[in-house]
Design a protein around this ligand. Structure first.
Ligand code: PHE
Length: 459
């Protein structure tokens, strides 16, 4: 009986452990670092609306599909897709979809670890008190001189990578689960404190307007593609991370309910981060489109001017480290399970191999902010290219194939049984979404965005 398969890596100890771990995966640099800067680079409100639409119409149905596939297969994404394809009488070549996911996780982790290293460095910068009463120019100088030095970044990148691999090597319950248990609530509290501070600036209204008042003229087809890609990125979808987390989930839990909780928490963190950051941008005449350095230039300013700012600042960056940490472990978990299951490696050995490989690739990202900043491929730096390739291409493509797999390949009875919500409105809406709406939306955004990005059409 297929549904009695077990994962050799064990199971989450409870439903809450799963919710926390999956939320830990979803909430990360994507919410606090990336969402504000891509929103800023794509004009604000209209971008946010498209992103929210994508979360609802694409993110929720695909997350349900991924958890379901993972729990049904209970193997690494490559083997799971092959197993389930065979179970449904389809071609085992569906495993390549899992392979693309494993590769995407590896590529994303290579730059994720570099940015995670920046955050680590900022814990100590903030603690040193350099941001006390700092000016916008002062904060910017600190940031520019930091990213200008490859060596310093390399050290932090190394530390972050080791932290990630140490947790992953300890396995599901004593590694992944433990890391996620107490970190998320703390992050929420600190975000509220920051939003509270933002509200005291005169520019809170400007920030809110920027975030929620759509100016569709500022939005391009490429911006829509980035918003959609971000919906995948922020929910950890399209590459097997949520699938592998689903493979450790007990059969008694409701997939739909847990999905809604994870998505709600993730979206709330992003919007709160935006509400904390944009008022500070406007209050200090900074540029919302400042790029990847945005939070490293706004948050220190806020902390530098609030009472107890050094203390809260240090705490905040520590929380961001934790958020990034609980995400980075899920980026590499699919690759680790594959190496363990398929090649018989031990977890620690698999961690060392993949850690070294990702670390080496990460050097490209480090250099793209200094020595290689003029090296362009398709008009993009190494980091931008890697980000575009993974978040805007591989994840949406992976998500598209996952929804096709769940809706058109897997048998209806199988999905009905896994989701266990009866053949009512909820099931039928989910199935309608993954069958028609999600694939169509991804294809349309995808094709127009790519054409626009490579300059074939200007939209
Ligand atoms: N969701 C994580 C974030 O927002 C990043 C991530 C992407 C993690 C894909 C796992 C898989 O930071």
């Amino acid at each position: 009986m297929a549904q009695q398969r077990n994962s050799i890596h064990g199971e989450w100890s409870s439903r809450w452990a799963f919710i926390l771990a999956a939320t830990g995966s979803a909430v990360g640099l994507g919410n606090i670092w990336k969402f504000p800067y891509i929103t800023g680079a794509n004009g604000g409100g209209a971008f946010v609306i498209v992103y929210l639409l994508c979360i609802v119409a694409i993110g929720i149905p695909i997350m349900i599909a991924e958890i379901m596939i993972g729990r049904r297969g209970r193997r690494n994404p490559i083997h799971t897709l092959q197993l389930l394809a065979e179970e449904a009488g389809a071609h085992p070549r569906w495993r390549y979809l899992g392979g693309m996911g494993v590769l995407a996780g590896f590529l994303i982790l290579s730059y994720y670890s570099v940015i995670g290293g920046w955050v680590l460095a900022y814990v100590f910068r903030t603690a040193s008190g350099v941001f006390d009463e700092a000016t916008a120019e002062g904060v910017e100088t600190v940031f520019q001189s930091f990213v200008g030095q490859p060596m310093a970044q390399m050290v932090w990148h190394t530390i972050f990578m080791i932290m990630t691999m140490v947790v992953v090597s300890r396995g599901v319950q004593s590694g992944l689960e433990k890391a996620a248990r107490f970190l998320m609530p703390g992050l929420f509290v600190l975000l509220f404190i920051l939003v509270g501070y933002s509200m005291t600036t005169d520019s809170f209204g400007d920030g809110v307007r920027y975030l929620f008042q759509p100016d569709f003229a500022a939005l391009t087809a490429k911006g829509v593609l980035i918003a959609m890609g971000h919906a995948f990125f922020t929910l950890s979808l399209g590459m097997g991370a949520i699938m592998i987390y689903g493979s450790y989930l007990s059969h008694n839990e409701s997939i739909v309910r847990t999905t809604l909780m994870i998505v709600a928490a993730d979206t709330a963190v992003s919007l709160l981060a935006g509400l904390a950051i944009f008022p500070i941008v406007f209050a200090n005449n900074l540029e919302p489109g400042a790029g990847p350095g945005l939070i490293f230039q706004t948050l220190p300013l806020a902390f530098g001017h609030m009472p107890g700012g050094t203390f809260f600042g240090v705490l905040f960056f520590i929380m961001v480290v934790f958020a990034a940490w609980t995400s980075s472990i899920s980026l590499i978990e699919p690759a680790i399970t594959w190496m363990v299951e398929r090649h018989g490696l031990t977890r620690p050995a698999a961690c060392i191999i993949s850690g070294v490989l990702t670390w080496v690739l990460g050097i490209g990202t480090v250099l793209s902010f200094n020595d290689w900043s003029d090296v362009r491929l398709f008009g993009k730096t190494f980091f931008d290219l890697l980000d575009f390739l993974t978040a805007s291409i591989m994840l949406p493509l992976g998500g598209l194939c996952i929804s096709i797999f769940a809706a058109w390949v897997m048998l209806r009875e199988t999905t009905l049984q896994e989701l266990a919500i009866g053949n009512g409105t909820v099931y039928r809406s989910w199935r309608f979404l993954v069958r028609y709406i999600t694939p169509l939306a991804v294809i349309v955004v995808f094709v127009s965005g790519i054409l626009n990005a490579i300059g074939v059409v200007t939209l």
